[in-house]
Design a binder for this molecule. Structure first.
Ligand SMILES: NC(=O)c1ccc[n+]([C@@H]2O[C@H](COP(=O)([O-])OP(=O)(O)OC[C@H]3O[C@@H](n4cnc5c(N)ncnc54)[C@H](OP(=O)(O)O)[C@@H]3O)[C@@H](O)[C@H]2O)c1
Length: 347
């Protein structure tokens, strides 16, 4: 996509939260072999955008991704995220260096703030980001789960472009259309769409009698009985459009997301086949009437979830921050164990 970056960003990237994460429950075979095969196949198919975060699998996702990319690390666009527990410039530097070490890269192509700090502004973080850019450890700066107002304020604090905002965007969550997409489209910025398949719900594999059992999804309201019933009509509309393209509902859901020019999507994959299918979705062109039919179906069946996913200055945002703070602490502890007890402690 045309975003003026030195390295190319593919419209379909690969999300790697699943790698080494116990919450997704894909197991050791997945972490040790399948994840590697998924990355290698993605590279063969021309994927250049790879997204991870320090807290995914407590650093394990970054390690798995770095090992799988191997010598191709320099030619792809590697994006990772830091969680602003201590939002000082020095802390940002330490977190960035730890991520670069786990990934085995000399430079983070895109370094994103995972969630806005619920109490503090972004000035100190952006001071840290600016020095990292000057030192050459960070290429582009990004944010995630930011409102437009906060994205722009962070950009002012940085004093230059914050390339991207990574937010949930799919037929089940179209809130970025309100202001993030128009802003990105008119200012040569990028919206990185996470959960573009609504964590697999839009693939049509889950229903009342067959809900996902892994912790990442089992207790999510997205996969609750009521939501699965409400979204059945949308999944049926995806099936109908898919039929006309000899495609799958998941491919149509992805083609719909990336139709917007400023959007790159980063679907996760539990198998090489899913990855191949997701990459092939970039070739599908939806006709106007199909696009409109999906819009209408999505508007009719929007799930009964809170519509505003941006954390506000409230208890929920604070709780989320504390929980993720614990994940960062576990990530640091795991690094320490790997460094000092490598003989007894292997991943
Ligand atoms: N910034 C943030 O706060 C944030 C939050 C969430 C995610 N993310 C990023 O976004 C990435 C993607 O989001 P996500 O993993 O939440 O959701 P997603 O990409 O919408 O869903 C991924 C899941 O959908 C299923 N799937 C994928 N391709 C499929 C296909 N072709 N056919 C059928 N099922 C398919 C797989 O699960 P099953 O096969 O098990 O059904 C897969 O694990 C993450 O890996 C992460 O990098 C960022």
């Amino acid at each position: 996509m045309a975003a003026g970056t030195i390295k190319k960003i593919s419209k379909i990237g690969l999300g790697t939260w699943q790698f080494g994460s116990e919450r997704w429950g894909y197991g050791e075979e997945y972490a040790q072999r399948t994840a590697h095969a998924i990355v290698r196949r993605a590279l063969e198919l021309g994927v250049t955008l790879f997204d991870t975060a320090e807290i995914y699998g407590f650093g394990r996702s970054e390690r798995i991704l770095g090992r799988a990319l191997a010598e191709t690390r320099d030619s792809v666009f590697v994006a990772t995220k830091m969680f602003p527990v201590v939002p000082g410039a020095l802390a940002v530097k330490h977190r960035a260096m730890a991520s670069a070490n786990r990934l085995g890269v000399p430079k983070l192509d895109l370094y994103q703030v995972h969630w806005p700090h619920p109490l503090l502004r972004d000035d100190a973080i952006m001071r840290g980001m600016r020095s990292l850019q000057r030192a050459g450890l960070v290429g582009e700066v990004g944010v995630s789960n930011y409102s437009l107002k906060r994205w722009r304020a962070a950009e002012n604090a940085l004093g230059s472009r914050i390339l991207s905002n990574q937010v949930a965007y799919s037929l089940l969550d179209r809130s970025p259309e309100r202001d993030l997409l128009p802003f990105a489209e008119s200012h040569r910025h990028v919206v990185i769409a996470f959960s573009p398949l609504a964590q697999g719900l839009l693939a049509g594999s889950y229903h009342r009698a067959g809900r996902p059992m892994n912790p990442a999804r089992a207790n999510s309201p997205l996969f609750g009985q009521e939501n699965l019933e409400r979204t059945a009509g949308l999944v049926a509309a995806l099936h109908e459009v898919a039929g006309a393209h000899s495609a799958t509902p998941a491919q149509i859901a992805l083609a719909w997301v990336i139709q917007r020019p400023a959007v790159a999507a980063i679907p996760g994959a539990s198998s090489v086949e899913q990855l191949e299918s997701n990459v092939a979705a970039a070739e599908i062109e939806l006709a106007d009437d199909e696009y409109q039919a999906l819009h209408a179906a999505s508007a009719r069946f929007l799930p009964a979830l809170a519509s505003d996913t941006y954390p506000r200055r409230n208890l929920a945002a604070l709780k989320h921050s504390v929980r993720c703070g614990r994940l960062v602490a576990k990530t640091v502890w795991r690094d320490y164990k790997l460094k000092h007890f490598t003989e007894r402690y292997q991943e």
